[in-house]
Design a protein around this ligand. Structure first.
Ligand SMILES: [Mg+2]
Length: 187
């Protein structure tokens, strides 16, 4: 199921608004949150954490230093969406914290989300992408994700992150290069 918020604030889904995903001819960029934007598993003293802590829904999240500007390098080149167990809660705080101008479309997973894994995202990703090229940034990519990517007919780029480091400049560079190669290959 794919949900989002229309400009008038009403909810939409692919099921009842089939043109939503088709309005963009940009490649999809699916972005996980935990382990990509909100970091965990890092060592060291508290004054050397790799980001700043923000209280979100009563939970302290270490938002990676510089991750907002990195996403801003990508947001105009792709149709960026949230692909996270946070589901629509991702839009409650993150666009403001990260400096994104707008909320992002949000995948929902009908209760299948499991922290530390990612295979439960595949159906929703496929439904949203509708056969388009797709890049996916996630810290929990496993064999099922790689097998799915290999089977897709459209170009698919998996971008694994380390949960204690998150999205890096090198990831962003690689995603941009991939996107430009797609443009060069376009008829
Ligand atoms: Mg994650």
């Amino acid at each position: 199921m794919v949900d989002g918020t229309a400009e008038d604030g009403s909810g939409w889904s692919v099921a009842n608004f089939p043109l939503v995903s088709g309005v963009s001819d940009k490649p999809v960029l699916a972005v996980d949150v935990d382990g990509v934007i909100s970091l965990f598993g890092f060592d060291g003293p508290l004054d050397q954490v790799p980001g700043r802590f923000h209280l979100i829904d009563g939970v302290a999240h270490c938002i990676a230093e510089g991750v907002g500007p990195r996403l801003l390098r990508l947001v105009d080149e792709f149709e960026m969406i949230w692909a996270t167990g946070w589901e629509d809660r991702a839009n409650d705080h993150l666009p403001h914290l990260l400096g994104l101008a707008d909320d992002l479309p949000t995948l929902t997973f009908d209760g299948r989300a499991r922290f530390g894994t990612a295979h439960w995202k595949l159906d929703a990703l496929e439904e949203f992408a509708m056969g388009r090229p797709l890049a996916w940034i996630d810290d929990s990519l496993d064999d099922s994700c790689h097998n799915w990517a290999d089977r897709r007919d459209a170009p698919t780029l998996l971008v694994p992150t380390e949960s204690a480091v998150g999205l890096t400049d090198a990831h962003v560079d690689a995603i941009l290069v991939w996107g430009r190669e797609l443009e060069l290959r376009a008829p």
